[in-house]
Design a protein around this ligand. Structure first.
Ligand code: SF4
Length: 200
C-alpha cells in the first residue's frame, strides 16, 4: 500500500506531521481512518480531549462542511456537530433545502481544545494554534480523498486557514458567503468548488 511520503527533519513541527503522516495510507476507507485517528498523538490535544471526534456522513458526499474543532458536547459524545453549533447548522441546512443524506461533516482539528473555567466545572473552548491545525491536516486530507465533495464549506476562519493557509482572512459574511473558488482536485484532472461561509 502506498504510504504518504515524509521528509526527515529535526524540527518539532516536522516530527509531529511525520507521526500523523505515518499513520495514514492512501486508499483507506473512512472506518479504517476513523480507527487510526482514535489513537492519534500527533499533537498534544489528545491529552486533554476525551476522544478523537472524526467526521461523519455520506461518502462520496456532494457537500462537505468543515468546522474548527469539536465542542464540549461533541467531545463527550464522540460525534461532530451534535452540540449547539450543530443545531444551528442542521437548522440552516433544513432552511436551505439541503438534503442531509448528501453531506459529510468534520472539523480541521479532531480533539476538543479547552481550558477550565475560573469557577465551576465548565470547559471553555480555546482556539487551536496553527501548529495544531497543521498537525491534524493529514486527517482532513485523508477524508477529502475518500469523500471527494463537489462543494467544500468552511465554517469559520480556522477551517478556511487550514485549507488556504494562515494568511487567509475572513471577510464580512455578506461578501464571504458568496466567495467561490475553483481549484483542481487532488488528482489534478477535475475541478472542485470551494465555497467559504465565514462565521463570526
Ligand atoms: S488534534 Fe488531530 S493531530 Fe492532534 S492528537 Fe487529535 S487527531 Fe491527532
Amino acid at each position: 500500500m502506498k504510504r504518504i511520503p515524509f521528509r526527515k527533519s529535526s524540527s518539532s513541527r516536522a516530527n509531529v506531521n511525520r507521526e500523523a503522516g505515518n499513520l495514514m495510507a492512501i486508499g483507506k476507507t473512512l472506518p479504517a481512518l476513523r480507527r487510526e485517528a482514535a489513537t492519534c498523538k500527533a499533537c498534544d490535544l489528545w491529552k486533554t480531549g476525551t476522544q478523537t471526534v472524526f467526521g461523519e456522513g455520506a461518502s462520496p458526499a456532494r457537500i462537505m462542511f468543515v468546522g474548527e474543532q469539536p465542542g464540549d458536547q461533541e467531545d463527550r459524545e464522540g460525534h461532530p456537530f451534535v452540540g449547539p453549533a450543530g443545531k444551528i447548522l442542521h437548522s440552516a441546512m433544513h432552511d436551505a433545502g439541503i438534503d442531509e443524506s448528501e453531506i459529510y461533516v468534520t472539523n480541521v482539528v479532531k480533539h476538543f481544545k479547552w481550558s477550565p473555567a475560573e469557577r465551576g466545572k465548565r470547559r471553555i473552548h480555546k482556539k487551536p494554534r496553527y501548529s495544531e491545525i497543521h498537525a491534524c491536516r493529514p486527517w482532513l486530507d485523508a477524508e477529502l480523498r475518500v469523500v471527494r465533495p463537489q462543494v467544500l464549506v468552511c465554517l469559520g476562519a480556522s477551517a478556511a486557514q487550514s485549507l488556504l493557509g494562515k494568511r487567509f482572512q475572513c471577510q464580512p459574511p455578506a461578501r464571504a458567503i458568496r466567495r467561490i473558488i475553483a481549484r483542481p482536485d487532488r488528482d489534478g484532472n477535475s475541478t472542485s468548488f470551494v465555497h467559504f461561509a465565514c462565521t463570526r
